[in-house]
Design a protein around this ligand. Structure first.
Ligand code: ATP
Ligand code: MG
Length: 428
């Protein structure tokens, strides 16, 4: 266990408490997950702290973020915003860390904490109420939640809460009042081995597992709504991401490609920098259009994408592929069409959106910040050579027969793989 006290002169300091949900369940591997999570948090905070004064340490089942002195090394809200984007983080609490565990010292600190909350609470009152004299204003209600991880401490949790609550009332009453059922503020007093944490707020993170703890996935990234969400969901489970994007230049524009790079940049804000392989699919689309039935165009193009993506994925040592496919959403995603697409690859293809409704996918896209970029109206390669009546119930035999009509299929596939242009995507 690390020692939070680096400077005896410091009696109290502002910290951030980070809880890590599922990582805590990882048994034997826990130290490994904790170390990676700490690294990810450190990394996420780098841009806010050019002097590298941020200290991130694991302490008795929590991660504590602090500076060297009494204050945090950067703006608290900005730090919390960064930390809650790190996969594996369940919640973050801005807190006070008090090194004096005497009950009188705890009550003093708790009173100061609640006084700050009271001022904020009053400032947020409706105008009519805020203008009446302070003694006529309604009281702010509060509750103290006691928690004790040091079982040798002379007071039990309930007694800590009762004592601190009554000391606060002595000083701040009648401006504040206890309400154990539905209080305005719940102040937690967490008594630990060497220090006390005081906090009243928990900001939710995304949960999941730290990035880099679960293989590497090649996402087939279009400019649409679905595939960025699919990639994000897999990254949230700890998977490192790499991407392949197909375009049909000059049918699709340079601006359409830039849009996809920007979209990828938003993803990189969560997943860190990654490679995106950009491939012109037009030579394949032309061959398919020339040699196969029009109604099969969509499904054949989709299979081609999968085959080419798989080869690139093998070259870059990916474990699996990821698509934004969703059951029944469009003609190429009926059960029958998905069976045909799936048969194109040996590598497992993850489809994390398969059973979601579009409204839920859109909600997620908005939450992670990709939606607005995704709906910018640029062409996609799938809209080139679009059949009037795509086959919705293709059979794999029919598909294989159609593909057999394409001359030099293998050479075509290899030429597309070789033509790829790899760009480094960095967080926007
Ligand atoms: P999205 O919103 O992700 O574009 P979609 O609903 O438009 O999905 P399709 O166009 O049928 O669905 O594409 C299904 C999946 O195929 C996409 O989620 C993506 O993974 C992949 N895909 C489609 N177009 C491309 C492309 N141009 N480059 C790479 N992958 C693509
Ligand atoms: Mg699409």
């Amino acid at each position: 266990m690390s020692d939070l006290i680096v400077n005896e002169a410091i009696k109290i300091r502002r910290i951030l408490i980070v809880r890590y949900g599922e990582v805590a369940l990882k048994g034997m591997n826990k130290p490994y997950f904790e170390r990676i999570l700490r690294d990810r948090i450190r990394n996420a905070l780098k841009k806010l702290d050019s002097e590298h004064k941020t200290i991130v340490e694991t302490d008795a089942g929590l991660i504590v973020v602090r500076g060297e002195g009494e204050i945090l090394p950067a703006d608290e809200k900005a730090m919390i915003a960064q930390i809650t984007r790190v996969f594996g983080v369940a919640t973050v609490s801005p807190a006070i860390c008090l090194y004096d565990r005497e009950i009188a010292a705890i009550s003093d600190a708790a009173t100061g904490y609640l006084r700050d909350r009271l001022n904020e609470w009053r400032a947020a009152l409706p105008k009519a109420l805020a203008e009446v004299p302070a003694e006529k204003q309604p009281p702010m209600t509060f509750k103290i939640a006691g928690k004790r991880s040091d079982k040798t401490y002379p007071l039990e949790s309930m007694n800590i809460a009762a004592q601190v609550g009554s000391d606060i009332l002595d000083v701040l009453g009648p401006a504040v009042k206890v309400d154990v059922h539905d209080p305005d503020v719940i102040l937690t007093v967490h008594l630990r081995q060497r220090e006390v944490f005081l906090f009243d707020e928990k900001v939710a993170g995304f949960g999941g597992l730290p990035l880099g703890t679960n293989g590497k996935g090649m996402v087939l990234l279009s400019g649409g709504i679905d595939s960025p969400v699919a990639a994000w969901l897999m990254a949230k489970r700890g998977m490192t991401i790499e991407a392949v994007h197909f375009h049909s230049y000059p049918y699709t524009s340079g601006r359409a490609r830039e849009k996809v790079e920007e979209l990828a940049g938003i993803l990189a804000g969560y997943c860190g920098s990654f490679d995106m392989h950009v491939i012109n699919l037009l030579p394949a689309q032309e061959q398919i259009a020339a040699h196969c039935a029009e109604e099969l165009m969509t499904i054949l193009v989709r299979r081609f994408m999968v085959v080419v993506a798989e080869r690139v994925a093998n070259l870059t040592k990916c474990d699996m592929m990821i698509t934004g496919e969703n059951l029944g959403q469009v003609a190429s995603q009926t059960a029958e069409a998905l069976v045909c697409t799936d048969a194109a690859a040996k590598m497992p293809v993850m489809r994390p959106l398969i059973a979601l409704d579009k409204t839920d996918i859109i909600e997620k896209a908005k939450e992670i910040g990709t939606f607005e970029k995704s709906i910018e109206p640029y062409e996609d390669c799938c809209t080139v050579f679009l059949p009037k009546h795509p086959a919705t119930r293709p059979h794999i035999d029919q598909i294989l027969e159609a593909e057999a009509n394409i001359p030099d299929l293998e050479a075509l596939i290899e030429s597309l793989v070789a033509s790829r242009e790899t760009v480094r995507i960095r967080p926007l």
